[in-house]
Design a protein around this ligand. Structure first.
Ligand code: AP5
Length: 220
């Protein structure tokens, strides 16, 4: 198994880019946020444990998240390239991902950090709408659906994510700074880090990533 990681603050566009990449064929999008939200919606025991952390904009404990990722990866062993979106988010998660990859004869090919200024992040999160049925992501200004409030893909109702309210967003950005920014140094030291301009069009960012992975160079 080969893996790449998308690092970036809440609203940087990790999910949107991962969906574009997945459309290019050999990539499997693995979003810990999506997996956790599904667990909450299904009211599983993991979902019940994770919900209070997610509602507050705090990180879910490492053990819970690492176990979820291990289970998902085991179920999807035919896939060639995983695109980790929102994982790892702490140095402990990063170390445990290294262990898992080693155990599965896998390799971490590259880590892409998607950079976006904080004022843009706040505007993106305030205007984000997601489909309540299929989780497709829209934005009221940047990526509006054809019919207001209705998903282009499945016709589902578009809603605001519960953790996209102002107070929770502030805490998510703070947690990112404290707990996740150290990952940049961790991967830079190992020569794996590529920094991308997250204000470009998501499709062209995904193209840059795909060409980097096939040619070893990123066209910024
Ligand atoms: P998660 O769902 O991972 O949230 P996040 O990291 O806060 O990231 P977002 O989903 O908010 O943003 P994104 O970067 O994917 O941006 P998007 O593409 O949607 O996690 C939620 C919670 O789960 C966490 O708070 C935590 O509690 C828990 N959790 C998850 N993983 C965990 C872990 N590993 N450990 C512990 N806890 C964990 O885009 C945002 C908006 O911008 C959209 O409206 C989009 O249309 C727009 N947009 C995107 N790209 C562009 C662009 N290039 N130009 C213009 N607009 C754009």
């Amino acid at each position: 198994m080969k893996a790449i990681i998308l690092l970036g603050a809440p609203g940087a566009g990790k999910g949107t880019i991962a969906v574009s990449l997945a459309g290019k064929g050999r990539y499997e999008h693995l979003s810990t946020g999506d997996i956790l939200r599904a667990a909450v919606a299904e009211n599983t025991s993991v979902g019940r444990k994770a919900k209070p952390f997610m509602d507050a904009g705090d990180l879910v404990p490492d053990d819970l998240v690492v176990e979820l990722v291990a289970e998902t990866v085991r179920q999807e062993d035919e896939v060639c390239w995983y695109v980790f979106d929102g994982f790892p988010r702490t140095l402990e998660q990063a170390r445990r991902l290294d262990e898992q990859l080693e155990l599965n004869d896998g390799s971490l090919e590259r880590v892409f950090q998607v950079d976006v200024p904080v004022e843009v992040l706040v505007r993106r999160l305030a205007g984000r709408r997601v489909c309540s049925a299929c989780s497709a992501v829209y934005h009221v200004d940047n990526r509006p659906p054809a019919d207001e409030g209705v998903c282009d893909r499945c016709g589902g109702e578009l809603v605001q994510r519960e953790d996209d309210n102002e107070e929770t967003v502030r805490n998510r950005l703070e947690q990112y700074k404290i707990q996740s920014e150290p990952l940049t140094g961790y991967y830079r030291q190992r020569g794996l880090l590529e920094v991308l301009d997250g204000q470009k069009d998501p499709e062209s960012i995904a193209d840059d990533i795909a060409s980097c992975l096939s040619a070893g160079v990123v066209d910024r």
